[in-house]
Unconditional design. Structure first.
Length: 159
């Protein structure tokens, strides 16, 4: 009878503990507190959860990725325009999936998407564009909320 009561008391005490936060500050020190951090921090964890690996992506980029994933359709014989498309996406720091068309199903998927087999083509969320035109690609990415350029960080602060 004594053990179940002790177990219940321990569980109640655990539930009574408030939220705790752990993070690494700009000086590299690990901080544990009952209040959330302000500003930019690394390895933020709440209530003993595991930290997400630092992928270097901004909040805006992560949010855009969830709502408007980017897929670039390419083929083996597309060289210059596909490279330009890749470079634009990489230069903006936009995470994307490259789908190289190889099988008949891949070609059919692109045909359904843009009305023809046109390489390169891009899909941002539900919007798409066939061919490569930097202005059109930038417009789609801007509308989806992707940052215009990658944020450089120095000592945990955005530059």
């Amino acid at each position: 009878m004594r053990y179940p009561l002790t177990l219940c008391l321990l569980l109640a005490a655990t539930c009574a503990i408030g939220d705790t936060y752990r993070w690494t500050d700009s000086g590299g020190r690990t901080v544990v507190s009952d209040t959330p951090p302000s500003g930019k921090v690394k390895n933020f964890v709440k209530n003993g959860a595991t930290a997400e690996p630092s992928d270097g992506l901004s909040f805006a980029t992560k949010r855009a990725m969830e709502s408007f994933p980017v897929t670039l359709y390419t083929s083996a014989d597309c060289v210059a325009e596909c490279k330009n498309a890749r470079d634009l996406l990489t230069g903006r720091g936009t995470p994307f999936t490259e789908k190289m068309l190889q099988k008949p199903e891949d070609f059919e998927e692109l045909k359904q998407l843009v009305g023809d087999i046109f390489i390169p083509s891009i899909k941002v969320g539900k919007q798409n564009f066939r061919g490569f035109e930097a202005g059109a690609y930038n417009n789609l990415l801007d509308l989806a909320g992707y940052p215009k350029s990658t944020a450089k960080t120095v000592s945990g602060e955005s530059k």
